[in-house]
Design a protein around this ligand. Structure first.
Ligand SMILES: Nc1nc2c(ncn2[C@@H]2O[C@H](COP(=O)(O)OP(=O)(O)OP(=O)(O)O)[C@@H](O)[C@H]2O)c(=O)[nH]1
Length: 441
C-alpha cells in the first residue's frame, strides 16, 4: 500500500470516528415538528359545549400560538382546550379523524411553553389515538384513547423535553370501556390530534398558555449501535490493512521469485553461451577437431605425465600429400570435404586417450599417451595405410606423410615438436606417403 493511501484511509477513519463520537454525544434524531402556525389546523373547545360560560380565543404570532381563556365556574368542571390536528383531510377540507399519524416510535416531546394567570400554571396535554378496537366516531366523536399528562407549564419555559413514557391513560377513560389489560397502555399508533387543556383544578379568571415550539423526536441510532459502528470500523480497517499487507507481501514474493527465475534462466543461457564460445574457441570449425588452443590442455596434461610420472608420450605429425593439387583440380569445397573425411578416418581408428587436432591447413597432430616410439610408429603406419587405401569423395585417393617422436625426460615442448616436424619433413623429402621417426635429441 502506498503511504499516500495509508494517510487517506487513516484520515477517513479518524473523521468517521469523530462524526460517530459526535453522534454518540449529541444523538441523531428524527423529528416531527408540530405545526403551530396554521389556524386551519387549530380548534378551540370550552365548557360552553357542556353548558358552561368559559370563553377562549387564540392568537398566532411570531412567538407561537397563544390561547387566552376567561374561565367561568358556571360548569361543574370548567375547562378550555386548544386542539391541534394531525389527521388527513377529505376533498372538502374536513378532518378524517380516523386517519392520524403514527407517533409510536417517538420517545420524547420537546415543548417551549409559557403560562400567564393569577393561579397555578397547571396544564393538561392529551395525545388522542384512534383505534377501531375502542374508537367509534359515529357513536361517539370523542372515542379516542386519551394519553394524558398534567404538568406545570412554566417548567417548560425556554424549552424542555418530556419523555413519552410520562404519559398515561386515565382510569376514568379506561374504566367504562372494559378493555383487555394489554390495551391499557399509552398508544400513539394513529394520532389525529393533540390538545392542551386547562389543569384539573383550574379556577375562575384569565389564563394564557403560549406554545412557542413543539416537536416529537426519537433517536435514529442508539448509542450502542454507534459504539458497535466505531469498533466494527476499526476492526474492519485493521483486517483490511492486514489483508492488504499480506497481499502486498505475496505480490512482492511472487515478483522476487519471478526475478530469481529469470536470473537463473539468464545464468543458464550465459553458461550455455560460454560453453558454446569455449567450443568455438577450442574447436576447428571445419572438422570439429581440437584446434591449437583446444589441444593445449591435453598437451600440458600428457607432458606432466611424461615428465613427472615417466609415462611414454608420443607425437605424430600428419600432413596430406599434394593437397594443393586436389584443391586446384577439384575446387576448394571438395578440398574441404576431403579434410573432414580425412579427420574422421583418423578419429575412428585411434583410442580415447589419443587426441587428434588440426594443426593448420592440411596438417594434423596426434598426441598419444602411454605410447612409446615403437607403438607410435606402429600406429602411424597403420593410419598411413588406412588413408592410402581409403577412397574419399569422388573416389579421390590421398596419401599422407607422418613424422613420429617420443618425448624424452627433461625435453622441452619446442624441441619435442621440432623433432616430430623434422621427421615429417624427412617423410616428405623421402617421397611422401611414409612414416619417419624422429632422431633422438
Ligand atoms: N580446401 C582447403 N584447402 C586448404 C585448407 N587449408 C589449407 N588448404 C590448402 O592446402 C594446400 C597446401 O598446400 P602445400 O602447403 O603446398 O602442400 P601440399 O600441396 O599438400 O604439398 P605437400 O604438403 O608438400 O605434399 C594449399 O593449397 C592450401 O590452400 C582448407 O581449410 N581447405
Amino acid at each position: 500500500m502506498q503511504p499516500k493511501s495509508v494517510i487517506i484511509i487513516l484520515l477517513s477513519l479518524i473523521s468517521l470516528t469523530f462524526i460517530a463520537l459526535l453522534a454518540f454525544h449529541q444523538g441523531v434524531y428524527k423529528k416531527h415538528v408540530v405545526n403551530l402556525n396554521d389556524p386551519a389546523l387549530i380548534e378551540i373547545v370550552t365548557d360552553a359545549s357542556q353548558g358552561g360560560k368559559t370563553r377562549a380565543e387564540m392568537r398566532i404570532d411570531k412567538q407561537g400560538l397563544h390561547l387566552t381563556c376567561q374561565i367561568k365556574a358556571q360548569y361543574q368542571w370548567p375547562f378550555c382546550e386548544i386542539q391541534i390536528k394531525f389527521s388527513a383531510r377529505d376533498a372538502n377540507g374536513r378532518f378524517l379523524l380516523d386517519q392520524g399519524i403514527d407517533l409510536s416510535n417517538y420517545t420524547q416531546l420537546y415543548m417551549d411553553l409559557a403560562f400567564q394567570g393569577e393561579q397555578a400554571d397547571r396544564v393538561r396535554l392529551y395525545i388522542r389515538n384512534f383505534n377501531p378496537l375502542y374508537s367509534n366516531l359515529e357513536k361517539d366523536e370523542n372515542s379516542f384513547k386519551l394519553n394524558e399528562v398534567e404538568f406545570s407549564a412554566n417548567e417548560f419555559n425556554g424549552g424542555m423535553l418530556l419523555p413519552i413514557k410520562d404519559f398515561n391513560v386515565p382510569s376514568w377513560w379506561l374504566h367504562p370501556r372494559k378493555l383487555p389489560i394489554k390495551q391499557h397502555g399509552v398508544e400513539l399508533t394513529n394520532v389525529p390530534l393533540i390538545s392542551f387543556a386547562s389543569g384539573s383544578e383550574v379556577e375562575e379568571g384569565e389564563i394564557t398558555l403560549s406554545i412557542k415550539q413543539m416537536y416529537f423526536r426519537y433517536n435514529l441510532i442508539s448509542q450502542q449501535n454507534i459504539l458497535f459502528f466505531i469498533i466494527a470500523l476499526w476492526l474492519s480497517a485493521a483486517f483490511i490493512t492486514l489483508f492488504m499487507m499480506l497481499k502486498n507481501y505475496r505480490l512482492r514474493l511472487y515478483a522476487s521469485n519471478k526475478v530469481q527465475k529469470k536470473q537463473k534462466q539468464i545464468l543458464k543461457t550465459l553458461k550455455l553461451e560460454k560453453s558454446e564460445m569455449e567450443q568455438l574457441a577450442h574447436r576447428d570449425p571445419l572438422t570439429g577437431l581440437h584446434n591449437r588452443a583446444g589441444i593445449s590442455k591435453y598437451l600440458i596434461e600428457y607432458e606432466d605425465k611424461a615428465q613427472k610420472k615417466g609415462a611414454a608420450f608420443s607425437l605424430i605429425f600428419i600432413d596430406i600429400d599434394f593437397f594443393k593439387t586436389i584443391n586446384d583440380q577439384y575446387g576448394h569445397n571438395v578440398g574441404d570435404d576431403i579434410l573432414v573425411a580425412f579427420s574422421l578416418c583418423i578419429e575412428r581408428n585411434i583410442r580415447e586417450q589419443d587426441k587428434l587436432a588440426r594443426w593448420g591447413g592440411e596438417e594434423f597432430i596426434l598426441l598419444s599417451i602411454n605410447t612409446d616410439i615403437t607403438e607410435a610408429q606402429y600406429l602411424a603406419e597403420k593410419l598411413r595405410n588406412l588413408i592410402a587405401k581409403q577412397s574419399f569423395i569422388k573416389k579421390i585417393k590421398v596419401t599422407a606423410s607422418l613424422g613420429v617422436a617420443q618425448m624424452e625426460i627433461g625435453e622441452t615442448t619446442d624441441s619435442f615438436f621440432e623433432r616430430a616436424d623434422n621427421a615429417l619433413y624427412q617423410a616428405k623429402s623421402n617421397g611422401r606417403n611414409q612414416v619417419c621417426v624422429a632422431i633422438k635429441p
